[in-house]
Design a protein around this ligand. Structure first.
Ligand code: DI6
Ligand code: FE
Length: 403
C-alpha cells in the first residue's frame, strides 16, 4: 500500500534546525516513510494507491511521551489541598500518603477498571498528536499487581493505534507490607523481574533514587538484575536531592535520567559520556512548585539530548497535555521551541531506545501529526487549545471521528 501526502508544510527535524520544507510531500509505504522532500522533486511517474492534499498544513513527526505513569486508580486532590495548606510532598509521602495512597487504590481496582482509566488518559494524549508513549508500573508493588499493571499497559498498545513501551518501576516506593525493610523489598523487586520479563511485559527498568525513594546501593541492585537479563535501564534521578543517581545510571549506559533538577556538573559529564538522554519534566516541577531548575545550559553545552515528557501521575503531574509541557519547557526551563519539539519527538524516542521514529526521513516509521498551524514554533506557544488536525500512526490514519 502506497499513500502520498502532498501539499504539506513539513518539519522534518532530520538535520539541525526545523528541517522545513514549504511545499512538501511524504510517500508512505505500509508503515514506513519511503520518500520525503519537496513536492516538486517527487519522482516522475509515481503510482500510488491513495493521495491526500494537506492544503499547506504543518506536518511534524508524531509526538512521543517518553515518561508516564498512566496505569493507576484513584486521585490525590486532597494531597494537593494539603500542600496548599503548607505540607510538603516529602512530608505527605513520609506520613504514608503520596505514592502509597495510589498503590492502595490501584490494588483494589480490577483489571477492566484499570484498563478503562488508562485508555481514557491515553486518548487525551493521543488527541494532541502523540503516537508513542512509555508507561511505567509502580503503583502495584506486589508481584501480582505490578504484572497486572504492565499487562494493562500492553493491552493499551494492542487496542489503540499507538505504540506503548513498558517500564518496570517496582522500585518506586516501599509498600506497607515491607515497611522498615527496604532492602528486603528490593530483593523481592529483583526476584520478580525475570518472570515478568519472560512474560514479555518489560521493555526497560526504572527506579526512584531519592531520599524518599531508594538509595544508590539499592538502585544498583535493581540495575544489576536488569543487566543480567539484558534489559536497558532509566532512572528517576536528582528530582528532590542530588544522590549521584545520574552518574550511577550512566554507569549502566542508561537510556535516560529523568527529572534532574538537582543534577550536578559531574552528573552532566557522566550522562554526556554514556549518551544518556536527559528527560525534563516541567509538569512535576510546576505542580510541586519546585524552585531549583534543571541545568539546561550545562546539558546543552555538553550536548546531552534533552527530552520533554508529561510524567503523568496522580501525585506530582496530573496533566494530560504534552503540548502544555512544551510550553512549560520553554517558559519555566528556557528551552527554545525547537528544542522542546525535538524533546517530544526525536529525543523522546531516543529515551526509549527507539531509533525508528521522531523525524521525517525515509525508512522511519510513518508516525505523523498534522496541525492547523503556520509555524512549528507555535506548538510551544499556544496552550489550552488543541491545533491537531489529523494523526497517522504506522501509516494508518486514525479515524476522523476518533476518539
Ligand atoms: N517521581 C515523581 O514525580 C512521580 N514518581 C516519582 O518517582 C510521582 C509519583 C506520585 O507521587 O504518585
Ligand atoms: Fe515519574
Amino acid at each position: 500500500m502506497k499513500t502520498l501526502w502532498r501539499n504539506a508544510h513539513l518539519t522534518t527535524l532530520a538535520g539541525p534546525g526545523w528541517g522545513a520544507v514549504a511545499r512538501g510531500a511524504l510517500l508512505v509505504e505500509d508503515a514506513r516513510l519511503a520518500w520525503v522532500g519537496a513536492e516538486a522533486d517527487l519522482p516522475s511517474g509515481l503510482e500510488v494507491d491513495a493521495e491526500h492534499d494537506l492544503a499547506g498544513a504543518l506536518v511534524t513527526p508524531g509526538l512521543v511521551d517518553c515518561h508516564t505513569h498512566l496505569v493507576y486508580a484513584g486521585q490525590r486532590a486532597r494531597e494537593f489541598e494539603q500542600r496548599l495548606e503548607g505540607a510538603s510532598y516529602e512530608e505527605i509521602a513520609r506520613a504514608g500518603g503520596g505514592i502509597r495512597s495510589t498503590v492502595a487504590a490501584t490494588r483494589v481496582a480490577d483489571d477492566p477498571t484499570l484498563l478503562a482509566l488508562a485508555k481514557q488518559r491515553a486518548r487525551a494524549l493521543m488527541a494532541e498528536g502523540v503516537t508513542t508513549i512509555e508507561i511505567k508500573s509502580g503503583y502495584g508493588l506486589t508481584q501480582a499487581d505490578e504484572a497486572r499493571c504492565l499487562r494493562v499497559a500492553r493491552r493499551l498498545g494492542a487496542e489503540l493505534p499507538l505504540t506503548v513501551k513498558t517500564t518496570y518501576l517496582a522500585a518506586h516506593a516501599v509498600p506497607p507490607e515491607f515497611a522498615g525493610r527496604a532492602d528486603a523489598y528490593i530483593a523481592a523487586v529483583c526476584d520478580w523481574l525475570p518472570g515478568m520479563h519472560a512474560e514479555g511485559l518489560v521493555d526497560a527498568v526504572d527506579a526512584f533514587c531519592d531520599t524518599i525513594g531508594f538509595t544508590p546501593a539499592q538502585t544498583r541492585q535493581v540495575f544489576d538484575a536488569a543487566r543480567a537479563l539484558g534489559l536497558p535501564v532509566k532512572l528517576h534521578a536528582e528530582q528532590l536531592s542530588d544522590q549521584g543517581g545520574a552518574a550511577l545510571a550512566a554507569d549502566y549506559a542508561g537510556l535516560s535520567c529523568d527529572h534532574l533538577e538537582w543534577l550536578s556538573e559531574a552528573g552532566v559529564r557522566a550522562m554526556a559520556a554514556s549518551g544518556t538522554v536527559a528527560v525534563l519534566l516541567p509538569g512535576a516541577f510546576y505542580f510541586l512548585r519546585e524552585t531549583r531548575l534543571p541545568p539546561v545550559q550545562a546539558l546543552r553545552n555538553a550536548r546531552v539530548p534533552m527530552a520533554i515528557a508529561t510524567d503523568h501521575n496522580p501525585g506530582s503531574s496530573p496533566g494530560l497535555s504534552l503540548l502544555l509541557m512544551l510550553n512549560m519547557a520553554c517558559t519555566l526551563f528556557r528551552l527554545t521551541p525547537e528544542e522542546a519539539l525535538r524533546g517530544a519527538t526525536l529525543h523522546g524516542a531516543r529515551a526509549l531506545g527507539l531509533g525508528d521514529r521522531g523525524r521525517l526521513a525515509p525508512g522511519q516509521r510513518a508516525d505523523l501529526a498534522v496541525w492547523a498551524l503556520d509555524h512549528p514554533n507555535e506548538l510551544a506557544y499556544w496552550f489550552g487549545q488543541n491545533p491537531c488536525l489529523r494523526v497517522i500512526c504506522g501509516g494508518v490514519e486514525r479515524s476522523a471521528t476518533w476518539p
